[in-house]
Design a protein around this ligand. Structure first.
Ligand code: C5P
Length: 399
């Protein structure tokens, strides 16, 4: 990948993840990209101007009221000399200031003055990321066209687990490259993605569900958006946050999911990653009571609509329809048969048998079944599977 002749203005704000900004600068320079760094006061607690200067081979800016800076290069000019402004790591504080439009230091002044695209890579404690204030700030920034990469899920420096880790530097580099090199391959395309389980009620307090976490479907929505698609994510009940900038519609049952998917058409791409319940029961109006002597309970089930088959065989049919096949045995044979039976273009098949640790887990090992045959991919994090899959989808639309 070459970013030669491009220049990034990299703002490094405060947070333990700031050390990863050094690796990002190294990767950018390796791909030929010029980097000018701005270090906030918070950022300077974690990395030194000297490290950034050595790696970027350029001077590092920290102070807004430095006469030298203003005489050599005014802040307006600094924000406009770059092709892209990147904030990595972006703390909750700087994201809030960006959303409000504060210009209280050099970094925020540059962000307000720039006429260039802005990419942010948030990093913070999971509770800060999930706080309604941050969620609202991210929605504001997304509505202004700010691109977001990450944060990733995992254990944080504070020992808490969840979303909040800075995206890995190669992923930030890929997002920068996507913005700087040419048009985004799925720009102007609409992608519909289903994700998560469905909940089928038994009575007002009980339901039937499955172990789907929604991680794979949500990651696919994010990956398609990163390639420029406008994405509608139809999600069953999950504990994941709505991906920034993705139109997310929440549903409970398979019937609701089908109705929302149908209403979201037309779409160019449809990916059905949800683990939809095959069966539903007639929900009792009142909570089912446990009566004395009642040793067993029988429920009768009716089949749910098959959303993938309905949309694959209906009109308007998306140009590329992708289904999933979670199997516990004969994965490829079942997936190949399923592709034909449902009428979709591709099936992403995986083994969810005992010990595979895939359903609800962080990694996936998939086989891509297409008309041309079967490709078996190595075991990868679910977001890497999503990135690969999105790139394959983009190739279908490249002409
Ligand atoms: O038949 P099976 O459930 O194994 O098929 C899995 C694929 O079909 C997945 O892509 C899933 O999202 C989709 N599906 C659906 N509606 C159903 C059942 C499955 O869209 N009722």
């Amino acid at each position: 990948m070459t970013l030669a002749s491009k220049r990034v203005l990299l703002i490094v704000s405060g947070g333990i993840a700031a050390y990863k900004a050094l690796e990002l600068v190294r990767l950018l320079r390796k791909s030929g990209c010029g980097v000018t760094c701005v270090l906030t006061e918070g950022g300077a607690h974690f990395v030194t101007p000297l490290s950034l200067q050595a790696l970027s081979e350029d001077r590092v800016y920290t102070e807004i009221f430095s006469l030298t800076d203003e005489s050599e290069m005014g802040h307006i000019q600094l924000s406009r000399a770059a092709d892209l402004v990147v904030v990595a790591p972006a703390s909750a504080d700087i994201l809030a200031k960006m959303a409000v439009g504060l210009a209280s230091d050099l970094a925020t002044t540059l962000l307000l003055a720039t006429d260039k695209a802005v990419l942010v890579a948030p990093a913070m404690n999971v509770r800060m990321w999930q706080h309604p204030a941050t969620v609202a700030n991210m929605a504001t920034l997304a509505s202004r066209g700010v691109t977001v990469v990450g944060p990733d899920e995992g254990t944080m420096a504070c020992n808490e687990y969840g979303f909040g880790r800075l995206a890995e530097p190669p992923a930030i580099l890929a997002a920068i490259a996507a913005l700087l090199i040419g048009p985004r391959p799925l720009a102007g395309r609409h992608a519909l993605v289903t994700s998560g389980p469905t909940h089928e009620p038994i009575d007002p307090v009980r339901y039937i569900a499955n172990r789907s976490s929604g991680r794979q479907g949500h990651a696919i929505a994010v990956a398609l958006q990163a390639l420029g698609a406008s994405v509608t994510l139809v999600s069953g009940p999950v504990s994941l946050p709505d991906p920034a900038g993705v139109r997310t519609i929440h549903v409970e049952t398979a019937a609701e999911m089908l109705a929302v998917c149908t209403a979201a058409l037309p779409a160019d791409i449809a990916v059905f990653a949800a683990a939809v319940a095959d069966w539903r029961t007639e929900a009792a109006a009142q909570k089912l009571k446990k009566m004395p002597g009642m040793d067993t309970l029988s429920l009768s089930f009716v089949q749910n609509p098959d959303i993938l088959a309905t949309i694959s065989q209906g009109q308007p049919r998306p140009q590329l329809v992708v289904g999933f096949a979670a199997e516990t045995q004969d994965v490829i044979a079942h997936a190949t048969e399923k592709r034909r039976r449902k009428g979709c273009d591709w099936i992403v098949a995986n083994d969810v048998g005992a010990g595979a640790d895939i359903m609800g887990g962080l990694e996936n090992e998939v086989h891509l079944v297409t008309e041309q045959g079967v490709e078996s991919w190595p075991r990868l994090p679910k977001d890497a599977v999503a990135t690969r899959l999105a790139a394959r989808m983009a190739a279908v639309f490249a002409s």
